[in-house]
Design a protein around this ligand. Structure first.
Ligand code: NOJ
Length: 533
């Protein structure tokens, strides 16, 4: 079991906010034991790898992306023993687990920062980036534009500024300090020794700062990340590094190096273009961005997603497109945050199961390994009353018992209210209903697994006479798949080129399909066809 080192190329991933997933001890907070109790569910769903959001001790000013101790687990989530026990149970079912590794910054409550700010002569002073002036690196953009006015914050005690790319409570580590570089590799080692299958490396473009640049994607950053990869390759082959770099495809490409940097990288720009395609009822934007995406080495893979725990980021679109997306998908100002939209998948798509399935069809059949955000497989709602990005981090809706079966205690946060609350949308009722969203998603994941063409195959757009269809061919090792998505809510007909007018098996229904001169499609229909040989 678990020995194919390229496993991530065919895998379906599942992202879990541990705090919001399942509470096993009734304290109102989701925990590791809770995830263990839900492994049956995850196995039925068909996912191959879980990404656990940060579980380290943290003051939670950025939901755990502000780490106060890298070698521990916050007691609310459990213990290190619970962690290894979860990993062992998951592995026994063929499910892997990766976790967040936050390299760029710590919490201001981390002992390194406390020491660093206590005295200019502290041996930890150089663990962070200090300056006499706040005018250094002023070509650097601000990421949290709604809350932060500068990347520098003044420290009264030592009378200097410290550098931070995110909240002021998240000082950036100084990667020019070899000790910092070494500390982070040792932290990675600590978790790899506990059996974790890899890391989703947070915010990697920002590790180094250099005057006269925008302080993103610097050569020094790539050089360090290659060191981290070499360390993993030498000691833990088969464990992966997944890159979080919210950048244009040509800027993410170098993070794969020559197959010697990251195994995987999120494809940020394709995501908003899937939503554009559904609204415009045309595939053009998806086609354009995939054409602009450089090829990646054979041992690398894109990671694609529809939603995650952050805002639906619109950093990778033009200002005009951003405005359009806001108007279309976030008409109320409170639905917006920074340069994005703080809503979940189902509400974005009008809670229309057909549209949610179609979006997932695109996700699962375009190049890359898909990642599902917990709850989106049942069409869970959001709670936009909650501040920051918390509205999309509400408790998983397991059943229609109190608190949606998430906790027997008092939940740590508000749940979703209204039409998409647990009384109406929950995993138990969808498991019992063969026509539910959950069953469709699970079917797509399980079918996808059986065909390497999805994870490793070539990709070619197919010209049809109808621009409202997204049609493409995926091919691998003699197997040809033809994927057809109707991007509209109306029946559509299309003629396909002669070479595609042949016999197929519909992978999702097992029906035989013969494409003749013209093809008719139901509203929002998606067909995954395997060409008969
Ligand atoms: C990216 C994470 O996804 C986000 O939630 C976090 O706020 C920033 N990195 C800072 O760590």
């Amino acid at each position: 079991m678990i020995n194919d080192n390229l496993w991530y190329k065919d895998a379906a991933f599942y992202q879990i906010s541990v705090r919001a997933f399942k509470d096993s001890n009734s304290d109102g907070y989701g925990d590791l034991q809770g995830i263990k109790e839900k492994l049956d569910y995850l196995q039925t769903l068909g996912v191959d790898c879980l990404w656990l959001m940060p579980i380290y001790p943290s003051p939670l000013r950025d939901d755990g992306y502000d780490i106060a101790d890298y070698r521990n687990i916050d007691p609310m989530y459990g213990t290190l023993d619970d962690f290894t026990s979860l990993i062992n149970s998951a592995h026994a079912r063929g499910i892997r687990i990766i976790m967040d590794l936050v390299l760029n910054h710590t919490s201001d409550e981390h002992p390194w920062f406390k020491a660093s700010r206590s005295d200019k002569n502290s041996s930890f002073r150089d663990y962070y980036v200090w300056s006499e002036t706040d005018q250094k690196y002023n070509g650097t953009r601000i990421i949290f534009v709604d809350t932060e006015k500068s990347n520098w914050t003044w420290d009264d005690k030592t009378e200097q500024y410290y550098w931070h790319r995110f909240y002021a409570s998240q000082p950036d580590l100084n990667f020019d300090n070899p000790k910092v570089q070494e500390e982070m590799i040792n932290i990675a080692r600590f978790w790899l020794d506990l059996g974790v299958d890899g890391f989703r490396a947070d915010a990697v473009p920002y590790l180094f700062e250099r005057e006269g640049t925008n302080c993103e994607n610097l050569p020094e950053t790539h050089a360090y990340l290659k060191k981290l990869r070499a360390f993993m390759e030498a000691n833990y082959p088969g464990r992966i590094l997944l890159c979080e770099a919210n950048q244009a495809p040509e800027d993410v490409r170098p993070y794969f190096g020559d197959g010697d940097e990251f195994h995987m990288g999120f494809h940020f720009p394709i995501m908003p273009r899937i939503y554009m395609a559904l609204k415009k009822e045309r595939a053009d934007d998806m086609i354009e961005i995939l054409r602009r995406t450089p090829p990646i080495p054979e041992n690398c893979q894109w990671c694609t997603f529809l939603r995650n725990h952050d805002e639906l980021t619109l950093e990778m679109v033009t200002p005009q497109e951003r405005q359009w997306m806001w108007e279309q998908y976030a008409p109320e100002p409170r639905m917006r945050i920074n340069l994005g939209i703080r809503r979940r998948l189902a509400p974005l798509l009008d809670n229309d199961q057909r549209k949610v399935e179609l979006a997932n069809s695109l996700l699962f059949t375009l190049p890359g390994s898909p990642i599902i955000y917990y709850g989106d497989e049942i069409g869970m709602g959001d709670n936009i009353e909650l501040p920051d990005r918390n509205g999309v981090r509400t408790p998983m809706q397991w059943d229609d018992s109190p608190n949606g079966g998430f906790t027997a205690g008092a939940p740590c946060t508000e749940l979703v209210k209204g039409e998409l609350s647990y009384e109406n949308i929950n995993a138990a009722s969808q498991l019992a209903d063969k026509d539910s969203l959950l069953q469709s998603i699970s079917r797509m994941i399980n079918v996808r697994k059986e065909h390497h063409a999805f994870g490793s195959g070539s990709m070619e757009w197919v010209e049809s006479t109808n621009p409202s269809l997204a049609v493409y061919k995926r091919e691998y090792n003699g197997e040809t798949l033809l994927i057809i998505n109707n991007l509209t809510g109306k029946p559509q007909a299309a003629a396909l080129p002669l070479e595609h007018q042949t016999e197929y098996v519909d992978l999702l229904s097992n029906a035989e399909v013969r494409i003749k001169t013209s093809l008719n499609l139901e509203p929002f229909a998606y067909l995954w066809l395997r060409q008969k040989i």
